[in-house]
Structures are given as structure tokens and as C-alpha cells.
Design a protein around this ligand. Structure first.
Ligand code: F6P
Length: 548
């Protein structure tokens, strides 16, 4: 079915969503004492509670019908077996093969990819051990103490997020730094305190053509040369991760110092490949393997469990219900784990670059929304910033709350405080507080009737605001691997149901092409011509006001 929005399941859901007077979440809980038992499940070390969503048994059944109509099980099988489901780039989608710890063969065009995956993992292991043991030395014979990853988007966000998330599991052997922005401030600030004799640069770019990364890579090389004065130093201080062998060579990095990527690994799903090198360098290879194992275990859950007991499928269906049917355009990701500070930024690319599309597989414009605006930050800090909006504005923002039973760095008195807020927030968003409850409260405080009347409307919380709770046992490498894979598969299922291609990103190309044309204008190589009056006057202002 290419037009899922013409299916019966879609129509039924639309009617349900359009119905006036759908029951308040509070009523749904009162009506069904087993709601939590029915609408929660445990996968590995993660408890997923989806009971605080605006769904009842019937809606859930209709959503599952929709998943069946969209042939989610068939697409799932096709992804795992290496079919070319990235139809606009004619590629397989096999990040699952990168963490296929059982090593069962996975074929692309009749060739098992696992030997190549394992070979690359063995090379990563060897290299990581050499660097961490101090056997890999810089040009002057000193051991490496700092790794600087030069990459952007999928070649940055994953390793950056994971290294922060797993900081409590790192030792002090290697420090990691990330430079993604082409604003020179970032690389200048990063390099200033570092000693070139002890720095290893990882140039991470699947294409090895991304202008931000290549500009940073050239600046890094010049910085090294201003200390080493010998091109041979590049071999000691630069590692490449890419699928573009020619471009790596042209930059001056040898094949021994490069790690491979394959066209069947999308950038935003690539942290499991050599793009994860900074993770392994920072934490050690065995922790990196734990991360892969956790993701693999989630893959097995996603691949084998029936749709109604499948965590990524359920999260995808609820998200589609919230966005496409109920019209809630954004989704907040709110971790109550300090190490997950960059998780929402990571998911922003994963979901928005994957599902921010407007045509189906046949190229027809779809008449409904796809994807969500993903945003968020650490929940506890958000409470003192934007939660007012979440509780009382007219815009409903479904949110995922992520917390853990155990802290990865226990400090007396802290974790309970953090988690009390975690549990309180989803309860408050669900229940709200009625006018009667507010009045009662104010009466108890001794306020007079007029004052109560004046304050009541300002203090009401309507509640009925949907949330998911993901309660981890603890944020360790294995659980983090599972958590990331859970969201990856959620995004995949969403794309399948909307019938869009989640694995390309043509929408980022136009801006890149125009920037390429404008750069020679800014460097004075060609005339400022051919732009609309706004753009050309902005460029002129930049040129005229610039003090060189
Ligand atoms: O922003 C577009 C994009 O192509 C992303 O999909 C990708 O993760 C990023 O740029 C970096 O690409 P590369 O790894 O090829 O430098």
C-alpha cells in the first residue's frame, strides 16, 4: 500500500483523533486499574512506560492495524537482510550488521559483509590498544594524550554524545575533544591548550568532502606543521574514517591510517562503525564492545518480538498518533541523567534528518505531517527554563522522560532528589490540577474569596499532556547501546508507516550547493552577481564592512 493515508486503519484513527471529548488521561487511569501493567514493558535494562499517553486499548489496536497495513514486519525483515531499502540512493541499510555480535551472515548483493565488519573491528581494537598503551607515539616520540575528532553531523553527534554519556566509565589515559563547526573559534579554542606532539586527529567524514570538516582538517594539519615542520608527522597524528579512499589519499593519509565505512551505513547511524573510534579511544575497546552488544540485544528484540510487544514499534506508533493524528508538532527529549546532556541533540539529527520528508516512496506528496520537531535538554535544568510552557501553554508537547534507578556516579542525597522531580513531572503533566483543587489549596492557605477567584485561572494546570517514561537500571555502555538502538528502530518504523525514505537527506544539499557558489564571492575570486536583492545586499554589506 503506497497511500497509507487511504487505508481503513488510517481513517479510523483520524475519526478517533477528531472526536470531541476524548477522555482525560486522569479518567483513563481511573477507568482501568491495570493500565500501567498493560501499557508498559521491560526490554533489557529499560522499563518503558507508555501508559501516560492519550491512547486507550482501541486506539492502540488501530495503531497496530496501521503498522500491519504498512507491512512493518516485512520492512523490518528486509532491512535486517540487507535489501536496498534506501531507494533514492539504491543502498542497503545495515547499521545492525556493525553490531551483529552473533556474527550470522548478512548479505549485500550475495556477499556476506560480516568478514569485512569483523576485520575493521579488529583493526580498531589493535589501533585503540596501541594508542591507549602508549605504543603509538607522536612525531617526537611522546605518547598521545588528546584525541581531536574533526567531523560534523553523523560524524560528530554520536561519538560526542556517547563519550559524554559514558564519562563515568572512562579512565584518564586519553582526553577527547570534538570540533564540528567551521567557525574558527571552535578549533582555535580547542587547540590552544593542546600540545601538537601529543595530539591525534581523527578526520571523520563518510564522504571526505564535507566542507566544514575538510576546512578544519587543513587547519589542524597546518597547526601540526607549525610545530613539526615535517610532512611525515601527518602519519603519526592523522587518522581518517571514510568510505572515500581517493580523497583520504589526496589529503595525505595512508591506507594503514584509515578506517573504512560502507555505503550501507548512513551517517546518522554510524557511531557503531569506525566513526565510534573516539568512543573506543576514550573508554577502551571492551567498553565499545559493550555498547555494540547492548544495541545488538535491542536489534534482536526489535527483529523478533511481535509488534504489540515491541518497544520501538510502540514508541513509533504513539509518536505517529501524537504528531500526525493529534497534530502535536514537536517532541521533547528530557533526560534526568546529566551524562545524557547531548542526547536530544543526537536524536534531533537521527529523527529530523531521517523523517523530515514530504513525499512517499513513489515521489507523491503526502497530505500529512511526517517527523516531529525534536528538541530538549536535561530535564532538571529545563524545569527552571521551559517547563512552564510544557505545563500551561496552549501547545501540547509530548515528551520522553529518561531516568535511571541507579546513578552512574552516586553522590549522597543527589539521585533521590533528581528522581523525585523525574516522577513528579510526568505525574503533574498527566493529572494537572483542577479549579476545585486550586481553590481548596488557596482556601487552606487562608486567602479570601475574591483573591481566590482572581488567582484560580492562573493556577489551573489542564494536565492531559502525554509522556513516555524510560527508566533505565543504570546508564552503562550496554544500556546506552540499547537505548540508542531503540530510538533508531523507532525512527525506522515511523518512516515505514509514513511510507517515506528515512535514509536519504536531499534536503541538506541545496544550501550546501549555494554556499559553494557564495564562498568564491566572499574570498574575492568572483563578482557578487546572480542573487536576489536581499542576498546580494547582505553579501555586499559583509564585503564592505569587513576589516581585513
Ligand atoms: O548534513 C548532511 C550530512 O550529509 C549528514 O547526513 C552527515 O551525517 C553529515 O552531513 C556529515 O557527512 P560526512 O560524514 O560525509 O562528512
Amino acid at each position: 500500500m503506497s497511500r497509507i493515508y487511504e487505508s481503513d486503519a488510517w481513517q479510523t484513527l483520524k475519526e478517533r483523533a477528531d472526536k470531541a471529548n476524548r477522555p482525560h488521561l486522569r479518567e483513563l487511569f481511573t477507568a482501568d486499574p491495570n493500565r500501567f501493567e498493560k501499557m508498559s514493558l521491560r526490554v533489557q535494562n529499560i522499563l518503558l512506560d507508555y501508559s501516560k499517553n492519550l491512547i486507550d486499548d482501541e486506539t492502540l489496536n488501530d495503531l497496530l492495524d496501521l503498522a500491519n497495513e504498512a507491512k512493518v514486519d516485512d520492512w523490518r525483515r528486509r532491512m535486517f537482510q540487507g535489501d536496498r531499502i534506501n531507494i533514492t540512493e539504491d543502498r542497503a541499510v545495515l547499521h545492525t550488521a556493525l553490531r551483529n555480535r552473533t556474527n550470522t551472515p548478512v548479505y549485500v548483493d550475495g556477499k556476506n559483509v560480516m568478514p569485512a565488519v569483523n576485520n575493521e573491528l579488529a583493526r580498531i581494537k589493535k589501533f585503540v590498544n596501541q594508542v591507549r598503551r602508549g605504543e603509538w607515539r607522536g612525531y617526537s616520540g611522546k605518547r598521545i594524550t588528546d584525541v581531536v575528532n574533526l567531523g560534523i553531523g553523523g560524524s560528530d553527534l554520536g561519538p560526542r554524545m556517547v563519550t559524554q554519556a559514558l564519562k563515568p566509565y572512562a579512565d584518564d589515559r586519553i582526553r577527547v575533544h570534538f570540533v564540528s563547526n567551521v567557525d574558527g573559534v571552535e578549533i582555535a579554542n580547542t587547540l590552544r591548550p593542546l600540545n601538537p606532539e601529543r595530539v591525534l586527529f581523527v578526520v571523520a567524514s563518510k564522504t571526505f568532502t564535507t566542507s566544514e570538516t575538510m576546512t578544519n582538517a587543513h587547519t589542524a594539519r597546518n597547526w601540526l606543521m607549525s610545530s613539526a615542520f615535517d610532512e611525515r608527522a601527518v602519519a603519526k597524528h592523522f587518522i581518517a574514517v571514510s568510505s572515500n579512499k581517493e580523497a583520504i589519499k589526496a589529503f595525505g593519509i595512508s591506507a594503514e591510517n584509515s578506517f573504512q565505512m560502507w555505503d550501507w551505513v548512513g551517517g546518522r547511524f554510524s557511531l557503531w562503525s569506525a566513526i565510534g573510534l573516539p568512543i573506543a579511544l576514550y573508554l577502551g575497546f571492551s567498553q565499545f564492545e559493550e555498547l555494540l552488544t547492548g544495541a545488538h540485544e535491542m536489534d534482536i528484540h526489535f527483529r523478533d518480538e511481535p509488534l504489540e510487544q515491541n518497544a520501538p514499534v510502540l514508541m513509533a506508533l504513539i509518536s505517529i498518533w501524537n504528531s500526525t493524528f493529534l497534530g502535536y508538532q514537536s517532541q521533547a527529549i528530557l533526560p534526568y541523567n546529566w551524562p545524557l546532556a547531548r542526547f536530544s541533540a543526537y536524536l534531533q539529527q537521527a529523527e529530523m534528518e531521517s523523517n523530515g520528508k514530504s513525499v512517499n516512496h513513489k515521489g507523491e506528496v503526502v497530505p500529512h505531517t511526517t517527523g516531529s520537531i525534536i528538541w530538549g535538554q536535561l530535564g532538571i535544568d529545563g524545569q527552571h527554563a521551559f517547563y512552564q510552557y510544557l505545563h500551561q501553554s496552549n501547545t501540547i508537547v509530548p515528551a520522553d522522560f529518561i531516568g535511571s534507578v541507579e546513578s552512574s556516579t552516586p553522590v549522597p542525597g543527589h539521585h533521590e532528589n533528581l528522581m523525585a522531580n523525574f516522577f513528579a513531572q510526568t505525574e503533574a503533566l498527566m493529572n494537572g490540577i483542577t479549579a476545585e483543587e486550586v481553590k481548596e489549596d488557596l482556601r487552606k492557605q487562608g486567602l479570601d474569596a475574591d483573591e481566590i477567584e482572581r488567582l484560580v485561572p492562573h493556577k489551573i494546570h489542564s494536565g492531559n499532556r502525554p509522556t513516555n517514561t524510560l527508566l533505565l537500571q543504570r546508564l552503562d555502555p550496554r544500556t546506552l547501546g540499547a537505548l540508542i538502538a531503540l530510538y533508531e528502530h523507532k525512527i525506522f518504523v515511523q518512516g515505514v508507516i509514513w511510507n517515506i525514505c528515512s535514509f536519504d537527506q536531499w534536503g541538506v544539499e541545496l544550501g550546501k550547493t549555494l554556499a559553494k557558489k557564495i564562498l568564491p564571492v566572499l574570498t574575492g575570486k568572483i563578482e557578487n552577481a546572480g542573487h536576489d536583492s536581499s542576498t546580494s545586499n547582505l553579501i555586499r554589506h559583509f564585503q564592505e564592512q569587513r576589516i581585513l
